[in-house]
Write a protein that binds this ligand. Structure first.
Ligand code: ZN
Length: 420
C-alpha cells in the first residue's frame, strides 16, 4: 500500500500525464492501493527546485538606511557598508526566516547561500550556522564563507576565512576580481582552493563579475581544480567578463572549464541591472556565455543572487522568475532551450551542490513540485504558481490557483491563460 498516489502528473518532456507513487517518503512505482490520492489534473511535476546562489544575510534590507537611487553596484556597496554596522545575529535570522518560507512556497528545498565573512565578529556566519540547525530537515542549507571585500585586501582576511570554516561553512568562496591587484586575485583563488582541499569542502567563487575583459581568474580556477583533483566540486559564479572576452580566448577558457568539470552559475536578475554601467551606447548585456557553456556540456545553473537588498530591490526568491529573465536576456526562447531552463533550476544545481537521492526516478526522496501549468514552456511563460510542494512525500506548501474572469459581451467567463 502506498502512502500517497499522485494522479495526472505531467513529467518534464512527457506528453501524457502519469501516476507517481510515494511510500516512506520515497518515490515508488504506482499501485492501485494508496492511503491518499491527489489529482494534479495535468500539472507539470518536477523534482524540488534548487537555489545555487543567494545572499541570505543581505535579504530584505532594501531602503536601509537609504534607497539606492542609481541602482548601480557601487552605490549598493556604499549603502551595504552603512547597513552592515547595525547587523546583529537576531536581525539576520529574522530576515532569513521570512525568505526561507518564501523559497519553500516556491518549491525551493536546497539553498546555497554566500555569507559575508568580512566582519571581525562573523555575525552573519554565526546567525546562518545557528539557523541551519534551527531549520533542520525542513530545508537543506549550504553556507559559503564569502569574503565580500576580498581575502588579501581586507584586514585579517585569511584568518576570517579559516574561522568561518571552523564555524561550519560547507563551501569556501572568494572574489578575486575585487582584490586590489591582479596578483592578490590569483593568490586569493589559490588560497580558497587550498583551504577547501585541506578540509574536504566544495568551492564557489564569485569570479570575474565585471565587464573588464582583462579579468581572467576563471582560468586560474580551472588550473587549480585540475591540480588539486577537485573535479566536480568547484563552482564559478557570475563570470560576466566572459561576455567581453575575444572569441579565441573564450573558446580556450570554456575548454579548460570543461576539462576541470567545473559547475557554472549565472545570475540573470542582478547581472541584467548591474552590468554594462560604464558603457555608452551600445550597452553590453554583460552576461556569461550560457549557450556556449551548455553546448560544451558544462553543468550550468541559474541563481537568484539577491532578494530585496541594496543591489537588487525586486524578487521573491523564485528561481522560475530568474529563468524567465534568462529566456529573454540569454536569448533562450528556442523550443529546446525552454526545457533546459527548468533543468538549470533543478537537476543542474542539484549536481553542483552535491545533492543525493535527487530526481524523479523510483527510490529517490519524494521532494517534488507541482505547477499550475501543464508544460515547462507554460511554467516559464506564466511564472506559474506552485500548486503543491512535497518534501519527503509530505505537503509542505500549497497555492490555490487564482480564478480569473472577464466580463465579455456582458457575460462573466473564466480566463486560464493557456492555449486551448
Ligand atoms: Zn553573488
Amino acid at each position: 500500500m502506498l502512502d500517497l498516489l499522485l494522479r495526472g502528473a505531467r513529467l518534464p518532456g512527457a506528453a501524457q500525464p502519469v501516476e507517481v507513487g510515494i511510500r516512506d517518503g520515497l518515490i515508488a512505482a504506482p499501485e492501485p492501493e494508496a492511503r491518499e490520492v491527489i489529482d494534479l489534473r495535468g500539472s507539470l511535476l518536477t523534482p524540488a527546485l534548487v537555489e545555487p546562489h543567494i545572499h541570505l544575510d543581505a535579504v530584505l534590507t532594501v531602503g536601509e538606511p537609504r534607497q539606492n537611487q542609481t541602482g548601480s553596484l557601487f552605490e549598493g556597496i556604499a549603502i551595504w557598508g552603512e547597513r552592515v554596522k547595525s547587523l546583529t545575529v537576531e536581525d539576520v535570522k529574522r530576515r532569513v526566516r521570512t525568505v526561507l518560507r518564501w523559497q519553500l512556497a516556491n518549491g525551493v528545498q536546497h539553498v546555497r547561500s554566500h555569507v559575508d565573512v568580512c566582519d571581525p565578529e562573523l555575525r552573519a556566519m554565526r546567525a546562518l550556522t545557528e539557523l541551519r540547525e534551527e531549520v533542520g530537515d525542513q530545508m537543506h542549507l549550504q553556507l559559503v564563507a564569502f569574503p565580500q571585500q576580498g581575502i588579501h585586501s581586507f584586514e585579517d582576511g585569511e584568518e576570517l576565512m579559516r574561522k568561518a570554516v571552523a564555524l561550519g561553512a560547507d563551501v569556501v568562496g572568494g572574489i578575486p576580481h575585487f582584490e586590489i591587484s591582479r596578483e592578490y586575485g590569483e593568490r586569493s583563488v589559490k588560497f580558497t582552493m587550498a583551504l577547501a582541499a585541506e578540509h574536504g569542502l566544495r568551492v564557489d567563487i564569485h569570479c570575474d563579475e565585471t565587464d573588464d575583459d582583462h579579468s581572467r581568474f576563471v582560468e586560474v580556477m580551472a588550473a587549480e581544480t585540475i591540480r588539486l583533483g577537485l573535479q566536480g566540486r568547484v563552482t564559478a559564479s557570475h563570470t560576466t567578463a566572459m561576455h567581453s572576452y575575444n572569441n579565441a580566448y573564450a573558446y580556450r577558457v570554456i575548454n579548460n572549464i570543461k576539462r576541470a568539470e567545473m559547475n557554472m552559475v549565472t545570475n540573470p536578475l542582478d547581472n541584467s541591472v548591474l552590468q554594462g554601467r560604464f558603457d555608452s551606447y551600445p550597452i553590453r548585456r554583460g552576461h556569461t556565455r550560457v549557450k556556449e557553456l551548455l553546448a560544451a556540456g558544462i553543468n550550468t545553473c541559474i541563481g537568484h543572487d539577491s532578494v530585496m537588498d541594496p543591489w537588487y530591490p525586486l524578487g521573491y526568491g523564485d528561481p522560475l522568475q530568474a529563468a524567465f529573465v534568462l529566456a529573454h536576456y540569454g536569448q533562450m526562447s528556442g523550443a529546446g532551450e525552454l526545457p533546459a531552463l527548468i533543468e538549470m533550476i533543478t537537476a543542474n544545481p542539484a549536481r553542483a551542490l552535491g545533492v543525493e537521492n535527487y530526481g524523479l526516478e523510483v527510490g529517490n526522496r519524494a521532494d517534488l513540485v507541482a505547477y499550475t501549468a501543464p508544460t515547462e514552456m507554460d511554467a516559464i511563460r506564466l511564472v506559474a504558481p506552485r500548486r503543491l510542494v512535497l518534501r519527503a512525500g509530505r505537503v509542505v506548501a500549497r497555492t490555490e490557483p487564482a480564478a480569473t474572469t472577464v466580463i465579455w459581451d456582458g457575460k462573466e467567463e473564466p480566463v486560464t491563460f493557456l492555449k486551448p
